[in-house]
Write a protein that binds this ligand. Structure first.
Ligand code: AHR
Length: 500
């Protein structure tokens, strides 16, 4: 396989959006309890926050964290999670058929996210609640003082307002599984009215309305149009959610999951722009891909009705292998490629539940395979995303995705230094690929780092006993000849090449 591209610094898609490297902490399974928060554990600090998870979160390079759900938020009373812990109620969490102890809530989350150095992205409950509760929550977090809810915050120990900017107007409200699920018109009206009230409390907030739960929803497209028609003036972003998985033995199709992400994003962009055209407005809606990941075994509570209710049950604890890491690397390439429209993205979730970080009581947290492409992309995708068109002499066939281009790539360039980072995947399952990159620049470059993931032992995973089983390895499989860079890509692999 031979593929090639030309990189021209003049062809810029957009600056790398700082919020593209987000994550998601939901009250689900062991993400909060025994994930980021585990009082009494040997890794916990005085507030019960796990120091090892905090350190790995910083290393992951997470820029924004969505909280507290997810499906959980659609039945959540935010007031249950504030004030003296001994007075907080234990509730039934209907979304995940769990007991919610409420020993971790808004103020604990804000302490944690500040220590991560990340921005909070809060979701309000538009399932069982509505305008008043959302406005009250915003008054609690963002109003300076002298009112019922702002004074309550001060009484709870936080004098300065949090000034949280990013707010999700509900979660997956198109999904019949959602507590308080609505049709598009009912949700669109509620989102618009909630947004209006929230902007009256704090005009500086940025609002995300729910798009479709995934591209395969029967209402996909029509849902977006209806919601936008009601809420266009109030919102800044429309959400997308997607979880990918391997179908049977179709490895090529699985490795090309990013093609599905591309088409989903392109479809939502077209829909937003269609509504903009009908409104004759120049206001452009941006996208918030605020749940994306690989999920091999989704958890549906209705399939577990005979099980006892428990606090922080072990659910959706996917263990990722090297193959999954290649797919995650490619999904990040797709997000970067759309950086002119995707302004926010959150990998779902952060720890234990479909997550890059795993934690168990009494042992140090460890990095799953998918941690590595995320951390490296977040660290090295700097400056501007360049337009990359890949030509290929071969097209692969896959059972689930039809024709697949073997090589997919994106590149970023720091306009101040001229440094370029290439992120590349070879989706061919059995064949190496040669990738030729012509640099349309005057200056000569040298390779400062060439890392590869995958390519061999695709089933390997990281475990607490062997946390370094799958890590990026250094490669010397490159040549620079003037302005031409040649890279050898092992089959089923992800590559990062840094040029100075
Ligand atoms: O991330 C797990 C769940 O997936 C979220 O709660 C929900 O929004 C989505 O369906």
């Amino acid at each position: 396989i031979t593929s090639s591209t030309t990189l021209d610094p003049a062809f810029v898609i957009a600056p790398v959006p700082p919020r593209l490297f987000g994550s998601f902490v939901e009250h689900m399974g062991r993400c909060v309890y025994q994930g980021i928060f585990e009082p009494g554990d040997r890794n916990a600090d005085a507030d019960g926050l796990r120091r090892d998870v905090l350190e790995l979160t910083r290393e992951l390079g997470v820029s924004v964290v969505r909280y507290p759900g997810g499906n959980f938020v659609s039945g959540y009373n935010w007031e249950d999670g504030i004030g003296p812990i001994a007075e907080r109620p234990v509730r039934l969490d209907l979304a995940w058929r769990s007991l919610e102890p409420n020993t971790f809530g808004l103020n604990e989350f804000m302490r944690w996210v500040e220590q991560c150095g990340a921005e909070p992205m809060m979701a309000v409950n538009l399932g069982t609640r509505g305008v008043a509760e959302a406005a009250a929550l915003l008054e609690y977090t963002n109003f300076a003082g002298g009112t019922r809810y702002s004074d309550l915050r001060i009484k709870h120990g936080r004098r300065e307002p949090y000034n949280i900017k990013l707010w999700c107007l509900g979660n997956e409200m198109d999904g019949p599984w959602q507590i308080g699920h609505k049709n598009a018109d009912d949700y669109g009206r509620l989102a618009a009215e909630t947004g209006k009230a929230m902007r009256l409390v704090d005009p500086s907030v940025e609002l995300v309305a729910c798009g479709s739960s995934h591209q395969g929803m029967p209402t996909f497209g029509a849902w977006e149009v209806a919601v936008l028609e009601h809420a266009y003036d109030q919102i800044d972003y429309l959400s997308l959610h997607a979880y990918y998985k391997k179908s049977g033995e179709d490895l090529v199709g699985y490795l090309a999951s990013a093609d599905a992400m591309d088409s989903f994003i392109d479809g939502v962009v077209s829909t937003c722009d269609h509504v903009a055209a009908t409104r004759r407005t120049r206001k452009q809606i941006k996208l918030s891909f605020d749940e994306w990941n690989i999920e091999h075994r989704p958890y549906w509570p209705e399939e577990h009705q005979d099980e006892a209710w428990a606090t922080a049950p072990r659910i959706a604890e996917d263990e990722y292998n090297a193959e999954d890491a290649v797919v995650v690397g490619n999904l990040l390439i797709s997000l970067l490629r759309h950086s002119d429209r995707v302004a926010i993205a959150c990998q779902a979730q952060l720890v234990n539940v479909i997550a890059p970080i795993r934690a168990e009581s009494g042992v140090d947290a460890w990095r799953q395979t998918v941690f590595h492409p995320f951390a490296l992309t977040a660290r090295h995708a700097r400056g501007e995303v360049l337009r990359v068109e890949v030509r290929s002499d071969t097209i692969l066939e896959s059972a689930t995705r039809g024709d697949v281009r073997p090589v997919d790539a994106t590149a970023t360039r720091n306009p101040e230094t001229g440094d370029i980072t290439l992120f590349v995947v070879n989706r061919a399952d059995a064949e190496a690929a040669l990738f030729e990159v012509l640099l349309a620049t005057e200056i000569s470059h040298r390779v400062v780092e060439h890392l590869v993931l995958g390519g061999e032992r695709l089933d390997d995973r990281n475990t607490p006993e062997n946390p370094q089983q799958v890590i990026p390895r250094s490669s010397s499989e490159h040549q620079i000849d003037g302005q031409l860079v040649r890279l050898n890509l092992p089959p089923a692999s992800w590559t990062m090449l840094r040029l100075e």
